[in-house]
Design a protein around this ligand. Structure first.
Ligand code: CMP
Length: 140
């Protein structure tokens, strides 16, 4: 299995509850390595750009408002089959559907305040990583 990269966001509900370390521990225990990380407060323009694929969805406005409601931690994660590995440890989007032992089952408050984002494909991982990081900020 190839070592690949994925993109992760620790969302405002998790930073507010001081869960950056707890979430990162679960990512690391799942076999992912944090090769880049920074805490930022997204601008509205950044959040709208990042989630542009969802702009026709009824929840888009609330999603953007939530993502700029506090700091987030954006990360690049590396590991074998990193996109799938990360999605497995995150759990289902809606914490009500998430499996035991996943980040969202453990920590998420709701489908919106669901603690983490993770890329859904290698192609989107590359796009999302480039949205927030320069190559020289990623140290594998
Ligand atoms: P994320 O993986 O960051 O990608 C898009 C986000 O939209 C998703 O996580 C959820 O937090 C949010 N989302 C998806 N569906 C809904 C919904 N029905 N209502 C509110 N937020 C949603």
């Amino acid at each position: 299995m190839a070592v690949t990269r994925t993109f992760s966001i620790i969302k405002p509900d998790a930073t507010r509850r001081n869960l950056t370390g707890a979430v990162t521990k679960m990512l690391e225990e799942a076999g992912l390595r944090v090769v880049a990380s920074k805490r930022i407060h997204m601008t509205r323009e950044q959040a709208e750009g990042f989630y542009a694929v969802h702009k026709e969805r009824p929840f888009f406005g609330e999603l953007v408002d939530f993502m700029i409601s506090g700091p987030v931690v954006v990360q690049v994660l590396e590991g074998e089959d990193a996109v799938k590995r990360n999605r497995d440890v995150m759990g289902a989007t809606n914490p009500a559907d998430a499996a035991e032992g996943t980040i969202r089952k453990t920590y998420a408050e709701s489908i919106e305040a669901n603690s983490v984002h993770g890329s859904d494909s290698d192609e989107n991982a590359a796009i999302e990583i480039a949205f927030f990081f320069n190559e020289d900020e990623i140290v594998g």
